[in-house]
Design a binder for this molecule. Sequence first.
Ligand code: PLP
Length: 262
Amino acid sequence: MSRAWRDVDLDALAHNARVLQGALAPGCRLMAVVKADAYGHGAFPVAHRLEQEGVEAFAVACLAEGMDLRRMGVRGKILILGYTPPEEAPLLCRWRLTQTVVDEHHGQALAARGLPLAVHLALDTGMHRLGVPAEDHGALERLYALPHLKIEGVFSHLCVSDSLEAEDVAFTHLQLERFYGAVRWLRDHGYDPGAVHIQASYGIWNLPPQPCAWARAGIALYGVASGGGPTARALDLRPALSLRARVASVRTLSPGEGAGYG
Ligand SMILES: *Cc1c(COP(=O)(O)O)cnc(C)c1O
C-alpha cells in the first residue's frame, strides 16, 4: 500500500454535476472541464462517471488530453480549449475532437490543411490570453469565409468573475457585453455562432443563468472553490477528492517544542 493516496468520491462528483446542471438556464448544458487529469482526480474515472450521468461534452487543454479521453472510450463532444499546431489537424479529424481557434492566424492555418475541422471560435473580451478580439468584425467575417472550418460554437472566458468587488463585477459585465455584442453581430449578419458559452465555475456561482448552450465547469465540479471569497449564489457542492496518508508514528512533544526543521 502507498504511503499516501487519493480517494475520489465519484458519487460526490455526480452530485456536483447535477447541482451545477440545475443551476444553469433551461437549454444550457454542463460541459465538464477535465483538463490536467481532471484536476488531479483522474480523467478516466471522472469522464466515465460523468458520461453515465448524462454529461455530453468535455473540455481539455490540449490535443494529447483529448486523444487520451477518446482512447478511454469517451464518446461525447470534446473541446480542446488551447492551441493545437495546424499540422496536427489530421489527429483532430481522426479522433473527432473540436478545436478552439485561438486567433485569426490560427484559423487560417487550420483551414489551410484542407480537412473538415469542427471548431469553436474563442473571442477575446478582455482576458487577452487568447481569442479573436470580440469587436474585430473584419476578422470574424474573414474566419467565417474560410473553407473547411465548421464553426460550431463561439465562446469567451471571464478573468475576474471570481470576485464580487465592484470594479471586477463591472469588468465582468463589460466582458459579457462584448461577448453578446459579437454574438448578436454574427446573427445580424447571417453568420451562425452555433453553441455559445462564457461561464466557467465562477460564472455559475456569481452570475445569473446565462442564455448559452454550454457552461464550462471545472473546479466547482470537483466541489471546491479556487479562492475563499464569497459567491453570489450558494451551491450545495461536495469535495470529491480526499488526500489520505497512513499514520506512521505518533509522537508526544512538550509545549514549546517544534516538530521538524525550524
Ligand atoms: C480551465 C478553464 C475552464 C474551467 O475553469 P474553472 O474555473 O475550473 O471552472 C473553463 N474555460 C476555460 C477556457 C478554461 O481554460
